[in-house]
Write a new protein. Structure first.
Length: 477
């Protein structure tokens, strides 16, 4: 049945790592999860949208709010096309088409029984640059701008209104309610929130284990949280399953016929779905293990080859360094000898007398010119040697890379082929799982309609009985 679930979060330039907003676009639009993506005043292609978002973030002020993220649960009573239209109209009603937005629908595969939509809003009028939604403004500022006093409450109310409107238009009795269970007067234990990372680990990697984790405070820096004691050995998913079963059992004892009937329906459906869900989780975890092992083997093979390549490159570098040090020492010795010879030649008594006796100064200029010429020639020789050494080292490094390039290619070829084969196998498995989930969803919907028909028949009988009772006294008179 339709449930109310709406979450609002933000990404800020000063509160999140650079690129977080663009990465979120890539995440919600990723292949295999998103069945429909569309955008307003920004690119619809996920890569182009991420580039656009990264550019917007770079140009934003230092403390800017980059995006507002909204995640909503879609009613399972509506089909894919109806949910796309529902979410699109919700965004249009919320923004008036004035701000940039991105929408991604997830309602297939693993999300077939949990259809939901991710909405990204960039709260800036694409024409004027002014904020439109102003969700973070104070109550005073929102009221002064002619907006409802609480922005998040406004979003929640709009989603409730449009979903219930579309459910009614489609002829469904189900409705959603944004109020808490207590406010609705429903005696039901709320479930625990499970984040996307925890869901991924539980469904795709392994059963998560609780740990004692540090949670320091200024007054108690040694403070920790004993999650194993809190969880009592259960994961949040397992605890939620217990809560659902507990709520169903309470509904099964309800004095209302319709509530009891739906409780029995949910109980029967959960019994049918549990083996399938357990099998799908096991297969997903096995795929994750196989892919991780394949990546590890791939990395190990390449690491061994690259390690040998690096070792050879280091050996060649050390050998060349020894050769070059010898050449450098020889050049230094020769240069020192040339400078010493010139100094001795110019320091002789006769040479100095000639310089003193030369009134034109030509001898002194000649001596200075010889020293300058020697220094320039030696500088050129040092530069030539340095360039030659660098060129030889680069040549040898490239030669080592070339020698190992073919070995790397030979090692990569079978690994790439095996990896492609594994991914193709996993893709086929996921397609088969999608077919099973869709078949299960069709069976559930068929059973739901049967229960709804049974309820409608019971309601009509009750109405006819009441009419007959009302007519009875009149007939007697």
């Amino acid at each position: 049945m339709a449930i109310y679930s709406l979450n609002v979060a933000t990404v800020g330039k000063s509160t999140h790592a650079s690129g977080t907003a663009g990465a979120h676009i890539s995440y919600i639009a990723r292949e295999g999860a998103a069945t429909h993506c569309e955008a307003v005043h920004m690119p619809a292609d996920d890569q182009d949208a991420r580039t656009w978002m990264d550019g917007y973030e770079r140009d934003a002020r230092a403390n800017a709010r980059i995006m507002t993220k909204v995640r909503v649960a879609l009613p399972r009573e509506l089909d894919h096309a109806a949910n796309v239209a529902l979410t699109r109209d919700f965004v249009t009603d919320l923004t008036g088409g004035r701000v940039s937005s991105y929408l991604a629908i997830h309602d297939a595969g693993e999300d077939a029984t949990n259809p939901h939509a991710h909405i990204v809003l960039i709260d800036k009028d694409f024409e004027t640059g002014k904020r439109v939604l102003r969700l973070s403004d104070s109550t005073k500022d929102r009221l002064a701008a002619g907006l409802p006093e609480n922005g998040v409450s406004m979003v929640r109310e709009k989603w409730e209104a449009i979903v219930n409107q579309r459910l009614a238009q489609a002829g469904h009795d189900a409705r959603i309610d944004r109020r808490s269970l207590e406010a609705q007067g429903i005696d039901r234990t709320p479930q625990l929130h499970i984040g996307p990372r925890a869901q991924h680990i539980d469904a795709m990697v392994r059963r998560p284990d609780s740990k004692v984790r540090p949670s320091p405070t200024p007054r108690r820096p040694e403070r920790t949280i004993d999650y194993p004691g809190i969880d009592a050995g259960r994961t949040r998913k397992e605890r939620n399953a217990e809560i659902i079963d507990f709520n169903i059992e309470k509904d099964a004892r309800s004095p209302h016929f319709e509530t009891r009937l739906w409780a029995r329906f949910e109980k029967e459906q959960r019994l049918k779905e549990k083996p399938l869900q357990a099998a799908l989780v096991l297969q997903a975890q096995q795929r994750t293990t196989q892919e991780r092992l394949a990546r590890a083997d791939y990395a190990k093979t390449l690491r061994e080859i690259r390690s040998r390549r690096s070792a050879e490159a280091r050996f060649v570098g050390h050998w060349l360094r020894g050769q070059h040090l010898s050449l450098i020492d020889q050049l230094k010795t020769r240069h020192q000898a040339e400078r010493t010879a010139l100094a001795e030649n110019q320091g002789r008594l006769l040479s100095r007398l000639f310089e003193i006796a030369d009134l034109t100064g030509r001898t002194g200029k000649k001596r200075k010119s010889d020293r300058t010429a020697l220094a320039q020639r030696q500088r050129v020789e040092r530069c030539d040697l340095k360039t030659g050494v660098a060129h030889e080292r680069q040549t040898q490094r490239e030669a080592v890379k070339v020698r190992y390039a073919s070995e790397l290619d030979e090692a990569k070829a079978p690994i790439d082929a095996a990896w492609s084969e594994l991914r193709a196998k996993h893709k086929d498995e996921r397609h088969q799982e999608d077919a099973l989930l869709q078949s299960r969803a069709r069976d559930r919907e068929q059973d739901r309609r049967a229960v709804q028909m049974q309820i409608d028949v019971a309601k009509r009988q009750a109405i006819n009985t009441q009419i007959s009772r009302n007519r009875g006294p009149g007939l007697e008179r």
